[in-house]
Design a binder for this molecule. Structure first.
Ligand SMILES: N[C@@H](CCC(=O)N[C@@H](CS)C(=O)NCC(=O)O)C(=O)O
Length: 132
């Protein structure tokens, strides 16, 4: 076998698998989960519009831009910079059945992700959810 491949595969494994964080994810503690529940329940009941996002996620950027264009004010939680972001994401999965971001609530209702937001905008149904 070509020695380049002998070196290439372990390096590929290191960068793709080991660096992905798959093996060093710490389990979420019950305390982190209950504090995430308290936070999310509070946010989605006290603020009509909430977006759970990640700063590097292109779908999140698109959704935030569309809401900004519509003049919608929303509470923004960037899960990748929040110290309890993983627990919040897990609680959102329990609550909404959705694990991906953006996870969007408008008018105190869960509407889904970016694709769902775009469909609501396209159909005009977005007006049933937002009070600008
Ligand atoms: N169809 C979804 C796609 C969202 C999506 O794939 N988001 C990625 C981030 S860009 C995600 O949540 N990946 C899992 C994670 O970050 O935990 C939407 O329109 O919102």
């Amino acid at each position: 076998m070509n020695p380049v491949f002998i070196l290439f595969f372990p390096l590929l494994f290191y960068f793709v698998v080991a660096k992905s964080g798959f093996f060093n994810q710490k389990p979420i503690t019950p305390e982190q989960m209950s504090s995430a529940k308290l936070l999310v329940d509070g946010q989605i009941s006290s603020s009509p519009n909430v977006v759970y996002s990640k700063t590097y996620c292109p779908y999140c950027t698109r959704a935030k831009n569309e809401l900004d264009k519509l003049g919608v004010k929303y509470t923004l939680v960037e899960l990748n910079v929040d110290s309890n972001g993983s627990a919040i994401q897990s609680y959102l999965a329990e609550l909404t059945g959705q694990r991906t971001v953006p996870n969007i609530f408008l008018g105190n209702k869960h509407i889904g992700g970016c694709d769902d937001l775009m469909s609501l905008i396209k159909s005009g149904k977005i007006n049933d959810y937002i009070k600008v």
